[in-house]
Design a protein. Structure first.
Length: 256
């Protein structure tokens, strides 16, 4: 693999200072934008979404491995992504989406009010070596139950939106290897899917049953001719659904 400059992000010294400096540069970028000064471009697209394992990406993609194991977390759950050398960023982003769906299970995929907000780098204690078939093999694994994040826990909303855009439109990164270089730069780093509340899902969960109860009340009053009973039934349905909605919201805070 072409040599790339990596950030010193082990421990609490220079690595955290680098991320703090980057946080200051973000505020400086906003100040320059307000003052009309030209902004410096991000070094690469993964950096623009908050993934900063490497500072610069090489123009050539020549990895020394054929299969790279990337540890992906969602809370305490995790899985290994087998990244293949012939992939491009589009293939990797599609696999990241599939991995997130497998980690959160079918129940959370369809009924959870939360979805992926960002992806952050985390420390993992793994040691891998290349075997004779040029495949990375695990030598030791002291699993982190809950991973420790690299740098600040929060990511700016603009970076969150960029990441979600790339996950929804992986074809935009076809033929590129920027995400590939960043996520395979170090074997001691993995990723974590950070979730957040989704306003669209919350709005649907609230408005759809309310509209359904109103429609039921109107239909009942037209068919039966009793408006009072119709809206009494609709009010009972709304109250019962409110209890279920509160329970669903509480379950979203529980890891299961």
């Amino acid at each position: 693999m072409a040599q790339v400059q990596t950030l010193a992000c082990t421990g609490t010294g220079a690595g955290q200072h680098a991320y703090q400096s980057h946080g200051q540069s973000e505020s400086q970028r906003q100040n320059r934008a307000r003052s009309g000064e030209p902004l410096k471009p991000y070094p690469h697209r993964p950096y623009a979404v908050g993934l900063r394992a490497v500072r610069r990406c090489s123009d050539e993609w020549r990895p020394a491995w054929e299969v790279f194991p990337l540890k992906a977390f969602r809370g305490s759950g995790y899985m290994y992504l087998k990244i293949r050398a012939e992939w491009d960023d589009a293939d990797l982003l599609r696999e990241l989406s599939r991995a997130y769906d497998r980690l959160r299970t079918v129940w959370r995929k369809w009924f959870s009010l939360r979805s992926v907000r960002s992806i952050t780098m985390v420390y993992v204690t793994l040691w891998w070596t290349l075997n004779r078939t040029r495949t990375m093999q695990r030598q030791a694994d002291h699993t982190c139950v809950y991973p420790r994040r690299v740098g600040p826990a929060g990511v700016s909303p603009s970076k969150n939106m960029r990441l979600r855009y790339f996950l929804r439109h992986p074809e935009q990164m076809k033929g590129r290897h920027e995400f590939m270089q960043v996520l395979t730069a170090r074997t001691d780093l993995g990723i974590e899917f950070v979730e957040g509340w989704q306003l669209t899902r919350i709005a649907i969960a609230i408005l759809l049953p309310l509209l359904a109860s109103v429609v039921l009340a109107v239909v009942y009053s037209v068919v039966v001719g009793d408006v009072s009973d119709a809206f009494t039934i609709a009010a009972y349905m709304t109250s019962a659904y409110s209890v279920c909605l509160v329970l669903l919201g509480l379950l979203n805070f529980v890891e299961f």
